[in-house]
Design a protein around this ligand. Sequence first.
Ligand SMILES: OC[C@H]1O[C@@H](O[C@H]2[C@H](O)[C@@H](O)[C@H](O[C@H]3[C@H](O)[C@@H](O)[C@H](O)O[C@@H]3CO)O[C@@H]2CO)[C@H](O)[C@@H](O)[C@@H]1O
Length: 686
Amino acid sequence: MSQNDKISMVTGVGWNKGPCVGNTAAISSVNYPELCLQDGPLGVRYGTGTTAFTPGIQAASTWDTDLMRQRGAYMGAEAKGCGVHVLLGPVGGPLGKHAAGGRNWEGFGPDPYLTGIAMAETVEGMQSSGVQACAKHFIGNEQELDRETMSSNMDDRTMHELYLWPFADAVHANVASVMCSYNKLNSTWACENDKLMDGLLKQELGFQGYVMSDWNAQHTTNGAANGGMDMTMPGSDYSGKTILWGPQLNSAVNNGQVSKARLDDMAKRILAAWYLAGQNSGYPGINIKANVQGNHKENVRAVARDGIVLLKNSGILPLKKPGKLAVIGSAAVANPQGANACTDRGCNTGALGMGWGSGTANYPYFTAPYDALKTRAQSDGTTISLASSDSTGGVSSAASGADAALVFITADSGEGYITVEGVAGDRNNLDPWHSGNQLVQAVAGANKNTIVVVHSVGPVILETILALPGVQAVVWAGLPSQESGNALVDILYGATAPSGKLPYTIAKAPGDYGTSPTRGDDSYPEGLFIDYRHFDKAGIAPRYEFGFGLSYTNFTYASISVASTATSGPATGSVVPGGRQDLFDTVATVTCAVTNAGGVAGAEVPQLYISLPSSAPSAPPKQLRGFAKLSLAPGASGTATFNLRRKDLSYWDVRTQNWIVPSGSFGVSVGASSRDIRLTGTITVS
Ligand SMILES: OC[C@H]1O[C@@H](O[C@H]2[C@H](O)[C@@H](O)[C@H](O[C@H]3[C@H](O)[C@@H](O)[C@H](O)O[C@@H]3CO)O[C@@H]2CO)[C@H](O)[C@@H](O)[C@@H]1O
């Protein structure tokens, strides 16, 4: 390849200059195609014949690795069918430091272990279908407010044990590419941060793919090249005036400011990823409008359904052919202007299926809650009525007299380039939108059998709602995408027992989280203590804890067994993708029996938390390090097996710059949530 070829391979053609959101030019000398990079984390953005998969946070809410992998594989297959070479997902940052963070819903929640597993499953699924995955946004882009000017200043241990952790799992899964983020990291732009891209990602984690910039996140020609960035996107700023690579990079290489070896390295990494994905032969031509949906809606329905978390149920659910059902709220029906009426889903009108921004896709269709409820009611002979307004005025007459009243509320957020109803990305508060508390108050005042359905991007404060005696059930339906109504009916009528568990904590008050987006630089004073790690350490009682979720049956736990070969000391071995080799060795196995002790089939998510021994530096009281999902018939038992990797028992030692397994007694807690611990054991490491 000539120097010009290499420059062309690493430089986007410019904003809005190609068929995809990011494009590089074809290089005929090596039969390399015009490369197509397209969002995003839940399917092909701007497609017309593509599936709108569930957002990452809903996949996390299932705690089901098979569904996560299938979701990734189907997204990858659709991307390939459209000729997309690089699908811009999954999202491991934001992790979810702020409950109100605008883009949290694109990823898998604030626990690094759960997000890491979900990242790996998604990457492997996507790349098994032949598309290159892109782990983003690297790193510290935890809020939309000031994201393009602020610095995320975090200490080394917090970096390793929280924010870098999911990216390490993505690299271990051989992710083809990583996207550096808009913000600065410890005062240096992420996209020219040598410590970050070269030091952490390429050396410590052994990443062999390429780093692309977030769109217009590059600031200098030489700083980015010498800091470890390998591809600039989209190749110009949004006005098309500023171009930082292309001819500028050519000059920098010619005058020695960027070495030829560095340019070769960039090109080698991009080509390696292209070969890794097998895109060098028989790859389809680019057609974002191709119809590639196949049967993928089945995964959407399964994730939407199994991600529903039942928070409260006095026994009203599952519904048993009610004579009269009242459905209330604007969020029960599709956006009257059309499900795709707002660009990049930049409005909260009608039923909510995903947040807004670049991480969205067009709905090929949208089954709203009321659509599916009406179909079910007709087959049951139920009289169903609809009041699709959030005004409390006529609610009393709509709700009274019905056997049950279903009221729909929402909370939305998204990417900061769109402002919706005064919300510029990050949420302004953790309340339901559209006066949801007042709506529920009015409904529950008129009907003592009120069921609240919440569609939300993240935690909502539910105290007002839970204090109402008429509220018999709260169904946390999350972000279900195109299969919203069908998934909800599956759960409400008991075709499937709810099996989702919260991938974040729902607090009693916003201040309980201890973090919120702020202007300017952020020094990350909370360190390791976000979400449940903070609640546990500070002794704050959450309303619904991380990992919580009810079912229509109940499960008992017994017979914990712990076997370990773990030895104390630092990680060793050569660096493989993801870090030192032995970090990924299984060093302990915990098993337990789980029995469905109730009368209906259901699925349980036993969760394993570890507590580090006293010889380790101060650490969160409990940290998730394993989970399983067991589907069990009534009376049946199954075995949950948790394989703990060396890394799962380690802390990051800043002095030696290595992972260390401390000696002593590790607490092992297995339970139905982070605060419903059913079995305990110990792992003793000498
Ligand atoms: O899509 C690729 C990555 O882009 C980042 O989001 C950008 C988004 O894709 C793009 O549509 C949007 O463009 C707007 C632009 O910011 C604004 O100045 C202009 O007026 O309107 C444009 C919309 O027509 O910019 C987004 C960045 O600000 C994502 O961060 C990343 O995750 C995507 O993969």
